[in-house]
Design a protein around this ligand. Structure first.
Ligand code: G3I
Ligand code: 9MR
Length: 567
């Protein structure tokens, strides 16, 4: 670790870290039938070989691609393509003049463990439950935040629920490294897990996560999502269908364990964005849980419709952070995307054409989703359900929206020096989730039209977060030979265990460095792809979050499920 830090520090001081840099690849490895690429710093070598790990036995050799300067990371690199190596085993990539790459596997189950860990991470972030040793192992901890006595904040007061009155709003996942619960961010996170189940049901039906509900006849991904859905349902005001924006402390907790964080909790302001995100998720959940629990499905569907109706009467109730509240905002002054997404999910679930009309499909663009921009989720869901949609739905439009964005992403991927879909503009707070949400779009397009380039471009997204990046790190805690060690995650900081809670995707490089003042050491570099600090102080590059893990779950399962087996 120290060696990497030193290298990055040099890069930050303006020394170009080319020859000293190592080979960058997915440290977990590859499915036999997958595309396989490594990034090699430019030097004298023109060839590469692949050896059995820890030996000199060459199993394959090849020629490096042309040298290309990568402005986001300030280096010049060549790509090594080795998709034709399909034999399961443990290997290293070798280039003369460089240290061998980290070892990697070719295996038919390459991403099963990381996928399960990425889901189990949600269990580790559950509010209101003790994690017992049988399920949490060394990460067992006492319960925190029961949230059975939550204050109505002045911003959320209503006749039946005046300021200072109490409601019960237990369960749910902590949003991230903090202990608050936010409907907007819960929306995209929970949806993405449900979408993974809708797209890859057989994969998830076979999966066991060892969570308290395991073995109850419901797939564990749905058991885990239920923990948050139960909380979300309590965030709806039964009097009018409106949904509180968040359940929060007034200020962020210190870096303590959940049980030590006992500040009063509030529900804050009903917002249009919260109501619409809630409507979209409950509409989705209603169809997903129907085979397991018909009464729950009915309840969710009606909750979705009530929230939708509230939002139509309150179309511009944007979140305004009250003066006495300082926690995450998830504020957004454009809810046209939330409206479109909710309309799409309600249309898919109910078949009611009025929702399709409310979607205004011809005017809706397709974008890579983020908590603040969910219109793309409407298109992904419509594409998923295309074969069962009614006549109102414009099938050609749905296919062309998904394919249109996939084409753009594939073009960026083909031109990228690192062979990735990330571009300069994508290095934002949570950039690691941007690349995985891009991969999620590509996987949907691949499902629609089977263009192999889309599957390969999606693969590059998972490769990136698992090590094929400028800082040569797996951004998933506990996975890969060199992975993020110090996430901004209160339990990981406060539990006294050296290893961070596993299975979490950290936010990733982005040049904003909004946390620099509170950090005892500088970022190693200002370059977008290297502006990353593996220190617990760094909430702007090294926090974890439920909305970032969700596309990791989707993409790792999707590649497992969709990559053709090697002949
Ligand atoms: O919308 C503007 C855009 O117009 C502008 O071009 C761009 C330039 O930087 O900034 C955009 O705003 C960004 C905003 O996210 C919307 O994406 C801000 O710069 C950026 O600072 C902001 O980051 C958010 C961060 O909270 C700070 O508010 C992250 O997206 C969001 O994921 C993060 O979420 C936090 C929660 O508040 C609290 N819990 C932890 C969680 C993860 O860090
Ligand atoms: O821990 C907080 C993290 O979850 C948020 O994403 C981040 C940005 O809103 O804020 C963190 O809290 C910091 C606060 O903003 C400033 N003082 C230090 C806090 C954490 O150490």
């Amino acid at each position: 670790m120290r060696q990497i830090i030193t290298l990055l520090a040099l890069a930050g001081a303006g020394v170009t870290a080319t020859a000293a840099d190592g080979i960058k690849l997915n440290q977990l490895g590859f499915l036999p039938g997958a595309d396989k690429v490594a990034v090699v710093p430019d030097g004298a070598a023109r060839d590469f070989s692949i050896v059995r790990a820890g030996s000199d036995t060459v199993v394959q050799s090849g020629t490096l691609g042309q040298a290309t300067k990568a402005p986001e990371s300030g280096d010049t690199v060549r790509l090594a393509h080795f998709a034709s190596l399909k034999t399961p085993g443990r290997y290293q990539l070798r280039v003369a003049g460089l240290p061998d790459s980290p070892p990697f596997e070719i295996s038919a189950s390459a991403y099963q463990a990381v996928n399960a860990a990425a889901l189990k991470a949600y269990y580790f972030n559950r509010a209101g439950i003790a994690l017992d040793a049988a399920h949490a192992g060394i990460y067992a901890r006492a319960a925190g935040h029961p949230d059975t006595q939550v204050l109505i904040h002045a911003s959320a007061a209503s006749p039946a629920r005046p300021a200072g009155s109490l409601i019960s709003s237990p369960k749910g996942w902590y949003d991230a490294g903090d202990y608050n619960k936010y409907i907007v961010n819960s929306g995209i996170s929970t949806y993405t897990l449900l979408a993974a189940y809708e797209d890859f049901p057989a994969y998830f039906q076979a999966q066991r996560l060892n969570i308290p509900e395991s073995g109850n006849g419901v797939p564990d991904i749905l058991n885990e999502a239920r923990w948050n859905l139960d909380w979300m349902l309590t965030m709806q005001d039964p009097a009018d269908g409106g949904v509180y924006h968040k359940l929060t402390n007034l200020k962020f907790d210190g870096m303590v364990m959940p049980a030590q964080a006992t500040a009063p909790r509030y529900v804050v302001q009903k917002t249009t964005a919260a109501a619409l995100d809630f409507a979209a998720v409950m509409a989705t959940a209603s169809r997903v849980y129907a085979p397991y629990d018909a009464a729950l499905a009915t309840r969710m569907r009606s909750a979705a419709q009530q929230a939708w109706r509230w939002a139509q009467v309150h179309p511009r109730d944007y979140y305004r952070q009250p003066a006495d509240v300082a926690t995450g905002e998830y504020a957004d002054n454009d809810v046209s995307d939330e409206q479109a997404w909710a309309a799409a999910e309600l249309y898919i679930t109910t078949g009611d054409n009025a929702y399709y009309q409310a979607l205004h499909a011809p005017e809706q663009a397709m974008t890579v989703s983020a908590w603040s921009d969910v219109r793309g989720l409407a298109w992904l869901s419509l594409a998923r359900h295309r074969t069962t949609l009614g006549a109102a739905a414009d099938q050609a439009l749905i296919a062309s929206r998904v394919d249109g964005l996939a084409q753009q992403l594939a073009a960026a991927w083909q031109q990228s020096p690192y062979g990735i879909t990330l571009q300069k503009k994508d290095y934002v707070w949570g950039s690691n989730a941007v690349v995985l949400n891009q991969a999620m779009v590509l996987l949907h397009a691949y499902r629609v039209n089977g263009k192999r380039a889309y599957l390969d471009a999606a693969q590059s997204g998972l490769d990136y977060v698992l090590g094929r990046n400028a800082v040569e790190l797996s951004f998933v805690t506990g996975y890969g030979t060199r992975s993020a060690l110090h996430p901004h995650h209160r339990p990981s900081v406060a539990d006294g265990i050296a290893a961070p809670v596993p299975g979490w995707l950290v936010g990733g490089p982005q040049p904003g460095q909004q946390d620099q003042q509170g950090c005892p050491q500088p970022y190693p570099s200002a370059l977008p792809a290297r502006s990353y600090l593996d220190h617990a102080c760094s909430y702007a590059s090294n926090e974890i979050a439920i909305n970032w893990n969700a596309p990791l779950v989707y993409v790792s399962a999707g590649l497992q499920a969709l990559t053709p087996a090697a002949p």
